[in-house]
Structures are given as structure tokens and as C-alpha cells.
Ligand binder design. Structure first.
Ligand code: HEC
Length: 219
């Protein structure tokens, strides 16, 4: 019995010991506290992404139809809400920035955001978007990316919405970008629990079987 408990204990540690890579920029990140299972949040995040980010950024490893299917919109809805009906549903999520303009206007190319949440973490994205402040000269700067050429694009929301609604909007964006970074994550998480449940049942059955086999053996 002791052995069984020991094995269960290790299984538990393996599941619970969710190792997170450290950021390395030395600034405390704020937890995004987003929830991939919150479909309303993902839908709000997708609309915010279209309205506030796609002027400069793409998420080109995603197609509209996949997003629609995953977050609960029909083909017509996703194209309407994210591309104002101007794209085909099989199109990749490209930026609306005219090629070549970014370098002239911003001095750099805005990165594709498909894998940004995988690269930097959802908390980073949340903290980065909330990390804008006005320096002593009154210009916007960012605590996490000093001197960034990305403007404080959420300034309008920050100024007009309540602090709670502003936080929620940033959380919705981080949530959407986490989903975009790994569209199959929800399936993977659900599958993981099923596999572990199956293994635990198997463990119990094997243990009972072992006991049955050894019952008549004198030791
Ligand atoms: C006006 C153009 C513009 C818009 C709009 C814009 N960005 Fe950016 N973004 C940039 C540029 C340029 C960079 C590269 C910044 C740099 O290297 O200084 C960047 C970089 C980033 C990064 C990477 C930061 C890092 O640490 O490397 C993230 C994340 C990001 N943007 C998210 C967003 C999100 C989310 C939105 C929408 C809410 C958005 N951006 C809207 C221009 C834009």
C-alpha cells in the first residue's frame, strides 16, 4: 500500500509541477489570469485584436476559419467580425499594414504575433500592454521594452474605460494571443486528464491483479 501511495504521489507531482520558463527581464510580471475556456473572452479578444493590433501585426499562422471554429463563430461571422467581410474565410490573418510602410513610419517591422505568447508568455503580453507610462518629457515609454517603437495603442480604452474594463480588455487580448499561440491547447489539456485518469485506473487494476496473483504465494 505504501508503494502505491508513493507512486500516486509521484504522478501527482508530475502533473502539478507545471514548470514555467523564467522571463529574464528582471521586472515583476503581472499575472494575466486569463482563461482559455472563457469563450466570450476569446471572442472579445479576437475583435480587439482586429481593431487595435492588425493595423500593424499579423497572426499569419492562423486562418480565419480555424479561429471561427475554435472560438464559436460561423465562417461568415469570423470574417465579418475580424476582417469586416473583406477577407476570404480560408485566408491567413495578415496585417492591414501596407508592405514597406512600417519601416518608414515606425523604423522597424512589427513582429508576427502568432507565436508571441509561446515565446514570451501570456503574463508578459498582459504586462507589456499595460506597461506603458508617460516619461518626464510626456512621451510614452514602456517598462518592459524601453524605447519601444510600438505606440500605446490601448490608450483610448485606458482613458475612457473603467480600470476594471481596461484590465479585462488587456486580459482578453492576452487570452486570444495565448489561444493563437497554440490552438490545440484546450484539446491537449482535456486529453491529458483523460490519459491520466486512464493510467490511474490501470494502475489500480494492475495492483489488484498483482495482489490476486500473490495471494497463495508464501513469502
Ligand atoms: C502602430 C503599429 C502597432 C500597433 C497598432 C500594435 N503594435 Fe505591437 N508592435 C509594434 C512594433 C513596431 C513592435 C516592435 C517594437 C520594438 O521592437 O520596439 C511591436 C511589438 C509588439 C510585441 C512584442 C514586444 C516585445 O517584447 O518584443 C507585442 C507582444 C505586441 N507588439 C503586441 C501588440 C498588440 C497585442 C497590439 C494590439 C493591442 C499591438 N501590438 C498593436 C507596432 C504596433
Amino acid at each position: 500500500m505504501k508503494k502505491l501511495l508513493w507512486i500516486l504521489n509521484i504522478a501527482f507531482l508530475l502533473v502539478a509541477g507545471n514548470v514555467q520558463a523564467a522571463g529574464g527581464h528582471g521586472i515583476e510580471l503581472e499575472a494575466a489570469n486569463n482563461n482559455l475556456r472563457d469563450q466570450d473572452s476569446l471572442q472579445r479578444g479576437a475583435i480587439l485584436f482586429s481593431n487595435y493590433c492588425m493595423a500593424c501585426h499579423s497572426a499569419k499562422y492562423m486562418r480565419y476559419n480555424r479561429i471561427g471554429r475554435d472560438i464559436g463563430w460561423s465562417d461568415e461571422e469570423v470574417v465579418q467580425k475580424m476582417a469586416h467581410g473583406l477577407n476570404k474565410v480560408v485566408d491567413n490573418v495578415e496585417t492591414r499594414m501596407v508592405p514597406g510602410v512600417a519601416m518608414d513610419v515606425l523604423g522597424t517591422e512589427p513582429p508576427d504575433l502568432s507565436l508571441m505568447a509561446r515565446l514570451k508568455g501570456t503574463d508578459y503580453i498582459y504586462s507589456f500592454l499595460k506597461g506603458y507610462y508617460q516619461n518626464e518629457k510626456g512621451a510614452w515609454d514602456n517598462h518592459l521594452l524601453a524605447g519601444t517603437s510600438m505606440p500605446n495603442v490601448l490608450e483610448g480604452i485606458q482613458r475612457h474605460a473603467t480600470p476594471e474594463d481596461y484590465d479585462q480588455s488587456v486580459r482578453d487580448l492576452a487570452n486570444f494571443l495565448e489561444y493563437v499561440g497554440e490552438p490545440a491547447k484546450l484539446d491537449r489539456l482535456d486529453l491529458g486528464w483523460k490519459v491520466i485518469a486512464f493510467l490511474l485506473v490501470l494502475l489500480l487494476l494492475s495492483y489488484l491483479l498483482k495482489r490476486e496473483y500473490w495471494r497463495d504465494v508464501k513469502h
